[in-house]
Design a protein around this ligand. Structure first.
Ligand SMILES: N[C@@H](CCC(=O)N[C@@H](CS)C(=O)NCC(=O)O)C(=O)O
Length: 197
């Protein structure tokens, strides 16, 4: 059985779970609840981050993009296209991964003592998320019912914003994205993996 270093709040872990469900491998992965503050995580992932996937031979894969492509490749490559759509798909995933990095850094900043927090730095990260949302709004009409690692990561990123930044609503300024998000949210892989504290 493969072992996934897991946390129920992590959007990057969720990418892996959604990929596992979409490709029919959820039953082959044991979820190991992991606190990223535990220094022992460094023995599995020197970056002390989740997700990390330990394979049956004991080797470890890190980073959600790598783990998702690994899982997808075991089942013939459903979510990572091999044709020309590969590059825009990967770029869309990278955009959302980057927006998530920025959103997570903002979240970590709120957990530091108030005197150490930087409003300027927070604003810089927020700009990245806002710009990503604006770029996705322009693309959303073309998403249709396309299911690949790009569109799934868009949904996961939007759910993370709802989860951690509900006080900063994004739907009104991004109506096409909001309508698309509502439709894709019915997908079982997304419904069954919603983040929770
Ligand atoms: N690029 C990584 C990012 C993973 C990541 O940032 N995970 C967060 C949890 S959502 C984490 O482990 N943070 C702990 C830390 O940064 O020390 C991926 O795609 O897997």
């Amino acid at each position: 059985m493969m072992k996934l270093r897991y946390g129920s709040t992590s959007p990057f872990v969720r990418k892996v779970l959604v990929t596992a469900i979409e490709t029919g491998q959820d039953g082959e992965i044991e979820r190991v609840k992991t606190n990223t503050a535990d220094p022992a995580l460094g023995q599995t992932n020197p970056l002390n981050k989740i997700p990390a996937l330990t394979l049956e031979d004991g080797s470890v894969l890190i980073d959600s993009a790598v783990i998702c492509e690994f899982l997808d490749s075991r089942k013939g490559g459903k979510l990572f296209p091999k044709d020309a759509s590969r590059w825009p798909t990967l770029s869309r995933m990278a955009l959302c991964d980057g927006a998530l990095d920025a959103a997570i850094l903002r979240r970590y900043e709120t957990q530091r003592p108030e005197t150490l927090r930087s409003i300027e730095w927070d604003g810089k990260q927020k700009t990245k998320v806002d710009q990503a949302l604006d770029a996705l709004e322009k693309e959303a009409a073309g998403f249709g019912d396309k299911i690949d690692i790009g569109t799934l990561t868009v949904a996961i990123m939007l759910d993370y914003l709802d989860f951690r930044f509900a006080q900063e609503p994004w739907r009104d300024a991004h109506p096409k994205l909001a309508a698309w998000h509502k439709a894709i949210s019915a997908r079982p892989s997304l419904k069954s993996t919603m983040p929770f504290d």
